[in-house]
Design a protein around this ligand. Structure first.
Ligand code: TRP
Ligand code: SF4
Length: 327
């Protein structure tokens, strides 16, 4: 039997950090076992917010794909492509925009939230309001059965289903309704204990050197109630400990947990251990990254191949769509 298909995308607005790793990529990697995966760079989506300074989009696009491969997404199993290389997405977006009632977009909670969160950018544009319509085109183009995304994106998948339902009702049953495959949010926070994000300047990046990672870990905010080394700490309230849970073996983890509670280990040493384990885990990823950086032809080939596979499906879908829309 054909494996079910999933589609997911990432906006190229900067380098990938550990929030992306634990909030998306590890999940993407394990989904490759059971699904036919289409992973793409949503560069047109990035343009909805970066239109004043679009340079970052091109700069980060290839870099992100390098990170994907370095982290273990497999271009032989999955299809990697670039949204703007498949012009059919724009045509499907246009057609969907004809049938999408405005109130569906205006009441979208993610839209309202982002408008107020990114108040420094002017997001009162036609394109930004239509963001989920473009997303619906990305997903339905490949007739995806599932979409792995975080909680913040689930209203968009819901809208995608509504658009598909409306299209199928008006014209013909072309699109399956995709399910949301919810990815739990990354537990780790940024070094300042806020959500890890490029825009907060608190992220640890996949591409960073051992020295910078160690320095950032040393700067991390720990249990805010542990002011002195003699104060007992609370690992459950410490972001450093959350990192230990991901990167440190069970035995050592237990020692750290007890040592922190009894104030027998200090934060400085605790962080040193964590940084060392984190660096150990990142080392093979860094190696793979620099290998790919030195062989950009390989990366470009992977992208070309992925684009070809995606384009083939997109062409078929659009043929079907034009037929039933009679245009
Ligand atoms: N909006 C998604 C995000 O910001 C990115 C995205 C664009 C996407 N198109 C998609 C995700 C299609 C899943 C499927 O994370
Ligand atoms: Fe956090 Fe480690 Fe300090 Fe405990 S000892 S508060 S776990 S950094």
């Amino acid at each position: 039997m054909e494996r079910k298909r999933i589609v997911s995308g990432m906006r190229p607005t900067g380098s990938l950090h550990l929030g992306h790793v634990h909030g998306a990529l590890i999940n993407w990697r394990s989904l490759q076992k059971d699904y036919q995966c289409f992973y793409f760079i949503a560069d047109w989506h990035a343009l909805t917010s970066e239109y004043e300074h679009p340079e970052i989009i091109k700069e980060s696009t290839r870099d992100i794909i390098i990170d994907w491969i370095a982290i273990g997404l497999n271009p032989e199993e999955s299809v990697f492509f670039i949204q703007s290389s498949i012009k059919e997405h724009a045509e499907l977006h246009l057609i969907f925009s004809m049938i999408t009632p405005l109130p569906w977009l205006e009441r979208n909670p993610t839209y309202k939230e982002q408008l107020s969160e990114m108040a420094q950018k002017n997001l009162y544009t036609y394109g930004f309001l239509g963001y989920p319509v473009l997303q619906a085109a990305d997903i339905l183009m490949y007739k995806a059965n599932g979409v792995p995304v975080g909680e913040d994106q689930s209203p968009h998948v819901e809208l995608t289903r509504e658009i598909a339902r409306r299209f199928n009702y008006f014209y013909s049953n072309v699109f399956p309704l995709p399910e949301t495959l919810l990815t739990p949010e990354a537990k780790i926070l940024g070094i300042d204990r806020r959500k890890m994000s490029n825009s907060y300047n608190n992220a640890i990046f996949i591409s960073e050197s051992k020295e910078i990672v160690t320095k950032k870990v040393a700067d991390m905010i720990t249990d805010p109630q542990r002011a002195r080394k003699s104060d007992p700490g609370r690992p459950d309230f410490c972001n450093v400990f959350t990192f230990h849970e991901l990167y440190t073996d069970k035995e050592m983890l237990k020692e750290i947990d007890e040592g922190c509670r009894k104030a027998s280990i200090g934060c400085v040493d605790c962080k040193k251990m964590m940084a060392s384990n984190l660096n150990k885990a990142l080392e093979p990823i860094r190696e793979k990254r620099s290998e790919l950086k030195a062989n950009l032809k390989i990366v470009d080939n992977i992208i070309d191949e992925g684009n070809k596979k995606a384009r083939k499906i997109a062409k078929n879908t659009m043929k079907e769509v034009r037929e039933v829309v009679k245009i």
